[in-house]
Design a protein around this ligand. Structure first.
Ligand code: SAH
Length: 353
């Protein structure tokens, strides 16, 4: 069978690129603004709905362009928290997941940037599935668009790059997607509602601080000690903690934002007295806050090695740990486990391709 000719995908293009496209096909370039508005504000994926665009142009777009990158395959809602996990398939039949977390005054969407992940963090299910490929900017923004369409009136208020993959390794598409989300023409989302989470790629953190994005940055810290961090996050051997701390210091200063340290609590590994002391010292040097995350089991992946030995810190010990930090004037947030009954909690995203 002859393969269907590939069309030009409009989702994920910057406003400039859209405008240039319309100039190329002999249309006024403000058509780019119109399409941008239809896609990102009206969440429309059908050229025929775009009535401020002439019919002949709509026909041309229909023939030449595509507004589809992902197919929604499955939607699973947690009974306990209302967290919903969305499974998507890409054009080349890869599977990725996104998670929508409803909270009191916000709806946070957790999106993926890669199919799998190359970092192999020992506590993370995505790491255990290995790396397949980077997602395009279109595939990243489409997770937001498809879910926004699916949930209708309920608006997505926050986006966190905490799904599958390491955003700063897939740097350009990640930044392009965040530029779209924070663009002045995109209503409803702003830079303060977007968080990019990284395991720590120092040169990319510096590059990000030189961009105009100024989104919130989270560093997956998990330990202040290089030997322990390297054991559970092999990327730390390549980029030791100090290199990342130097980079986030620059980021915090340039963007005037507070850094979030994500800290997944692992019994006897990072929940000891010396960990509290090291965290207190660290927080005094950079404007920051700590997000304590209960460790979500990855036993369903049947991992070997150290992954199999990891145990969660008991809830009462997490509270004690938090109190000790708070007594030292450190801002601590306790994250509740969201959606572990559907394997949608932090670090549980993994799908067979
Ligand atoms: N690669 C990026 C984003 C994906 S991980 C990063 O490392 O930040 C998103 C967050 O989930 C990170 O803080 C990660 O450490 C945490 N996480 C991963 N596996 C987890 C697990 N099993 N339980 C709890 N948190 C986990």
């Amino acid at each position: 069978m002859k393969e269907k000719e590939k069309k030009f995908v409009l989702k994920g293009l910057s406003l400039n690129e859209l405008n240039n496209y319309f100039e190329r096909i002999g249309e006024p370039n403000y058509r780019g603004n119109q399409i941008f508005n239809w896609i990102y504000n009206h969440i429309s994926f059908d050229f025929n709905e775009m009535l401020n665009i002439p019919k002949s142009t709509r026909q041309h777009l229909e023939d030449e362009c595509d507004l589809k990158t992902l197919t929604l395959v499955k939607e699973q809602k947690s009974n306990s928290t209302g967290t919903t996990k969305f499974l998507f398939e890409t054009f080349d039949r890869k599977k990725i997941e996104s998670v929508l977390i409803p909270e009191k005054e916000r709806n946070t969407l957790c999106i993926s940037t890669q199919v799998g992940c190359p970092l192999d963090c020992k506590f993370c299910a995505t790491g255990l599935m290995g790396f397949n490929r980077n997602l395009s900017a279109g595939e990243i923004v489409d997770q937001y668009l498809m879910i926004a369409k699916e949930i209708g009136k309920e608006k997505i208020t926050n986006i966190v790059y905490m799904g599958m993959g390491e955003p700063l390794i897939n740097y350009d598409p990640t930044i392009k997607s965040a530029e779209i989300f924070t663009h002045e023409l995109t209503k409803g989302l702003s830079r303060t509602r977007i968080t990019i989470s990284t395991a720590g790629i120092p040169n990319k953190i510096k590059e990000l601080s030189e961009s105009n994005l100024r989104v919130k940055l989270a560093l997956s810290l998990h330990s202040c000690f290089d030997d322990i961090r390297s054991k559970i996050m092999p990327i730390n051997k390549k980029y030791p903690l100090q290199q990342n701390l130097d980079a986030i210091k620059i980021y915090a200063k340039k963007t005037k934002t507070r850094i979030t340290y994500e800290y997944t609590m692992l019994k006897n590994i990072n929940d000891r007295e010396e960990d509290v002391k090291a965290l207190i010292k660290l927080c005094r040097s950079i404007p920051s806050k700590i997000n304590l995350i209960p460790f979500n089991s990855i036993k369903h992946m049947n991992p070997g090695g150290i992954s199999n030995e990891l145990e969660p810190t008991l809830q009462k010990n997490i509270l004690e740990f938090a109190n000790k930090l708070r007594e030292n004037n450190i801002t601590v947030m306790l994250r509740e486990t969201q959606g572990d009954d559907i394997s949608a909690a932090c670090g549980q995203l993994a799908v067979k391709s």
